[in-house]
Design a protein around this ligand. Structure first.
Ligand code: S3P
Length: 442
């Protein structure tokens, strides 16, 4: 069977309730932090995807033991700075920037050398953004042009740092926080706000971390070398996975969907905030607090009355993985939508800004670009009639899933979308869930 899907029909109206799989960012962080906890942690509802599997395999290589039980995974933590390697190890991060960048921080104090490698897409991504702060800690890193493969030699004499993280990248921030755990003294980070799961998880473990929130930045102070105990964690559903179904519902006719048990941390719900400004009515119900994270059910209904947005830059980081979907709504909106400062989108699993612009032009939408700012000229009457082939050369999971949503809602005679298997990195149940709602793909 070919690794592609063919879509010939838009999805029929649906009214349904779904669950999506566990949050990827939280799943990876649970494994990283439980690996240096003292004792046996239990992670429930962990995302079973390739990025998470590669996290498990990498941690195993540096001496962490796991046991997979029916309802949870058991992690036998080795304690802070407890990795003990007798020889150099090669860690494979696959497609995952989060794993790759975070594990470098986790290993900053390791007593040997590790080499980090990844798949074709990850090997093209920039690691200088984490090499720079790690060098300041005193970690020795060798790489060509800041890319993989990369060799790291840990140090037992790390020094705390003061660092300004100005990209709004949670991966950089997490790398620094994890390295700070291995370091005596207080590390200070001034970070443009981004997802804060690492900080919340440490807080829930009573770790000495202080966060002062300013308008644009978080000021984080973290004392190193304070051992914490093992923990239980129940991973909530992933808003980034839920977003494909939010937008599918918004763009479908007479449909309604309830998506249960989703992480609605304020640093992650940019997609809801932006789409609501654009006239959607997405609601979060049954909100509760779990270890500092907000969890809720998302209710969404179809709409055909979207209006263009002048998107506030401050929302970029909280919607960073969802812009491909937000652009689909902009294509169907009345008026011209404006998005600014989207350079980080080109630093993802594929150059997503470049690809999204080509995609929108392909379906007949006028898009103007100036550096990393774009204008999308929406067309509320957009209805497609052609044949489309999404080659997805870089095998980007989110490009694949966004194209499926477009094909099932915008019409068109025939869509061929390549690289179905890419969904395995973040959302292996994607196709099954689409079929549950009645989407027909061959
Ligand atoms: C992630 C942070 C974001 C996001 C990625 C997951 C994380 O990347 O795009 O999918 O879990 O920390 P950046 O930190 O590079 O923005």
């Amino acid at each position: 069977m070919k690794n592609q899907v063919i879509i010939k029909k838009v999805i029929k109206p649906f009214k349904n309730k779904i669950y999506v799989s566990g949050d990827k960012s939280i799943s990876i962080r649970c494994l990283l932090l439980s690996s240096i906890a003292l004792g046996k942690s239990r992670i429930f509802n962990i995302l079973e995807s390739e990025d998470v599997l590669n996290t498990l395999k990498s941690l195993k290589k540096i001496g962490v033991e796991f046991k997979k039980k029916k309802k949870f995974i058991e992690v036998y933590g080795v304690g802070i700075n407890g990795f003990n390697l007798t020889k150099k190890k090669i860690l494979y991060a696959g497609n995952s920037g989060t794993l790759a960048r975070s594990i470098l921080g986790l290993c900053s104090g390791i007593n040997n050398e590790i080499q980090l490698i990844g798949d074709e897409s990850l090997s093209k991504r920039d690691f200088s953004r984490v090499i720079k702060p790690l060098n300041l800690f005193g970690v020795n890193i060798k790489s060509k042009k800041g890319m993989l493969p990369l060799n790291l030699v840990g140090s037992e004499f790390l020094r705390p740092i003061e660092y300004i993280e100005d990209k709004g990248s949670a991966q950089i921030k997490t790398c620094i926080i994890l390295s700070a755990l291995n370091t005596h003294g207080t590390t200070k980070i001034k970070a443009v706000k981004s997802r804060d799961h690492t900080e919340l998880m440490l807080k829930s473990l009573n770790y000495p971390i202080q966060i002062k929130s300013e308008k644009k930045y978080d000021l984080i102070k973290i004392n190193g070398m304070k051992q914490f105990k093992s923990f239980d964690y129940n991973v909530p559903g992933d808003i980034s996975s839920a977003s494909f179904f939010i937008v599918l519902t918004l763009l479908s006719k007479n449909s309604e969907l309830l998506i249960k048990n989703i992480n609605v941390n304020p640093t992650r719900i940019g997609v809801i905030n932006i789409l609501n400004i654009m006239n959607s009515k997405i609601e979060v119900l049954n909100k509760k607090n779990y270890k500092g994270e907000q969890i809720g059910d998302i209710k969404v209904k179809s709409s055909n009355n979207f209006k263009a947005i002048n998107c506030p830059k401050i929302l970029n980081s909280s919607a960073i993985d969802e812009f491909l979907l937000i652009f689909l709504i902009a294509c169907k909106s009345k008026g011209v939508s404006r998005f600014k400062n989207l350079g980080e989108l080109n630093k993802k699993e594929s150059p997503r800004l470049d690809i999204a612009i080509k995609f929108m032009k392909m379906i007949g939408i006028k898009v103007e670009r100036k550096k990393n700012d774009i204008k999308i000229y929406g067309n509320p009457n957009l209805k497609l009639d052609g044949k489309y082939h999404i080659k997805n050369f870089v095998k980007d999971h989110r490009i694949f899933m966004m194209s499926v949503v477009a094909a099932l809602t915008f019409g068109g005679k025939n869509w061929i979308i390549n690289d179905k298997d890419s969904v395995n990195s973040s959302f292996p149940n994607f196709i099954k869930t689409i079929k549950k709602l009645g989407g027909i793909l061959n």
